[in-house]
Ligand binder design. Structure first.
Ligand code: UN1
Length: 503
């Protein structure tokens, strides 16, 4: 793999950002691909000011013409799907099929946003007063800050940016320090889309910007009253900081934080389907999705059979170079992730868990790469370790006896992103999706916890942060709503029958 050629093909020029504090590493072999520098505090401030100016221009561009830019972005992404997918694989370590799939997710949200650009509609509402009408109008917010994580280094930006742009906003992106090159590549591809735009002059230079740096950049975006919305994806700890900073100035935040996703396998489940879904959800992206399956509750009579099947599949999984055909599990992102995984496994052991797998695969990728065999941990109960999200391929499994107990176990953790049930009993499926069922933002039936499509609203409850991105009506978070009351009568009746006669 010629990285220089790949970066050139994607139009990445990081010469102006060459520096010393942000190394772009490939978890594939731990090698350093480039070393960048953080944007300075004054550059961050300048970017916010420029974005504010850009948003004033962009909000006057008709929404369907804003959609045209996003359509062109989708077009460029189609042309560069495989190249960008490779860079995603290089920088995040996910297997190539998932790297390319992530770019496909970007294309999908672009298509969605293009359609949306002609559907940013509000309501008309009947008035209690004669000769009056009420309606809702949706306006752009201004500047949207987007903070993204290493595990979905490009798709999560696209969920936010595609919507924010058609909604008439400027976007400032702070990618993870672990994946700066993919962000620069996306930015370069966006410039290609802008260059193809028939109304290029209508696209201000500062409409979309990327800021490279650490937590201080996120804090600056969160503190600035000029950033109307801060959309943050990542850890609960990070989200808590962003939420507090943004709330302090009564700004708007959209949080998509940790998950600790559970699956119930009921006695009527198709075990073969369940097995496939479990393995993809638990070990896909090396267990580093916010939607990864971490907790498995199996009805007691099926527990031994199913866990034995999982153990058998885990023992033969093709783990290795994420670029190689046939690999199913790539490396962890870095040494820190590996240390966290081992710490969780030893805690699980001390809580009575029986661990199978979980060891580092010696020699693979060299000493700075961290390839592990996914771990299956049979737990005696849902103890402390299971209440934490460890970003690694660890699947805790325990048996349950009755269905209400399984739902209670699913809901007993602080996070509330994704959940699933495998059952062929319609009453169980409906109960799981009902108000008395899963308390998560995503509740799936006969399908795993990860791999959501872009058409639905994506996000979760409790410590996951409550935000919704992507499809459905998530666009409303990127706009402000005005309620208009219009009087076309010749009189001035007051609401609620109030009389106020000034003679
Ligand atoms: C994430 O891990 O932050 O549902 C996003 C999924 C993907 C998105 C995951 N479509 O697994």
């Amino acid at each position: 793999m010629n990285i220089t050629a790949l970066l050139a093909d994607l139009g990445v020029d990081y010469s102006t950002l060459a520096g010393q504090d942000i190394p772009a590493r490939s978890p594939r072999d731990g090698s350093t691909i480039a070393v960048l520098r953080s944007h300075t505090a004054s550059e961050v401030q300048q970017a916010i000011d420029n974005a504010s100016q850009a948003s004033l221009q962009w909000r006057n561009e008709p929404a369907p013409l804003r959609g045209e830019l996003v359509r062109l972005l989708g077009q460029v992404l189609r042309e560069k799907r495989d190249a960008l997918g490779q860079l995603v694989t290089l920088e995040s370590g996910k297997i190539l099929s998932e790297g390319i799939g992530e770019v496909q997710e970007m294309i999908d949200i672009c298509d969605f946003a293009v359609g949306l650009s002609r559907q940013l509609h509000g309501l008309t509402i009947t008035s209690e007063r004669p000769g009056h009408r009420m309606m809702e109008t949706w306006h752009p917010l201004g500047v949207c800050g987007v903070i993204t994580a290493f595990n979905f280094p490009v798709a999560v930006w696209a969920w936010n940016a595609a919507l924010a742009l058609v909604c008439g906003n400027a976007v400032i992106w702070k990618p993870s320090e672990k994946t700066p090159l993919t962000a620069l590549a996306v930015h370069a591809l966006l410039q290609q889309a802008i260059a193809r735009h028939a109304r290029q002059a209508a696209v201000p230079a500062a409409l979309c910007q990327v800021l490279i740096g650490g937590a201080e950049v996120g804090v600056a975006l969160s503190r600035s009253p000029a950033v109307a919305l801060v959309s943050a994806t990542g850890s609960v700890a990070m989200g808590r900081k962003v939420a507090v900073e943004v709330a302090q100035r009564l700004g708007r935040s959209l949080l998509e934080l940790g998950g600790n996703n559970g699956m119930i396998v009921a006695p009527s489940a198709d075990l073969d389907l369940a097995l496939r879904a479990i393995v993809f959800s638990a070990v896909g992206t090396a267990g580093q999705r916010c939607t990864s399956l971490r907790r498995l509750f199996v009805e007691r009579s099926k527990f031994d059979t199913l866990t034995a099947h999982i153990e058998r599949v885990y023992a033969t999984l093709n783990i290795g170079d994420p670029l190689a055909a046939g690999t199913l599990v790539g490396p962890l992102i870095d040494a820190h992730a590996y240390a966290n995984m081992q710490a969780a496994l030893s805690q699980a052991r001390s809580e009575g868990g029986m661990v199978s797998g979980g060891e580092r695969i010696a020699g693979l990728g060299g000493e700075h790469a961290f390839y592990v065999r996914p771990a299956l941990v049979r737990m005696p109960q849902q103890s402390a370790v299971m209440h934490h999200e460890t970003f690694a391929p660890i699947l805790y499994a325990l048996p349950y006896d009755d269905f209400s107990q399984a739902i209670a176990l699913n809901n007993a953790v602080p996070q509330g992103l994704s959940s699933a049930i495998f059952t062929n009993d319609i009453r169980e499926a409906e109960l799981f999706m009902s108000a008395n069922g899963s308390d998560c933002g995503l509740a799936n039936v006969n399908i795993g916890t990860s791999g959501a499509e872009i058409g639905g609203a994506f996000g979760g409850e409790k410590e996951t942060g409550g935000g919704r991105e992507s499809g459905s009506d998530a666009w409303k978070t990127y706009m402000r709503r005005a309620t208009n009351t219009i009087n076309y009568s010749g009189a001035l009746p007051l609401a609620q029958g109030v009389s106020f006669d000034i003679g």
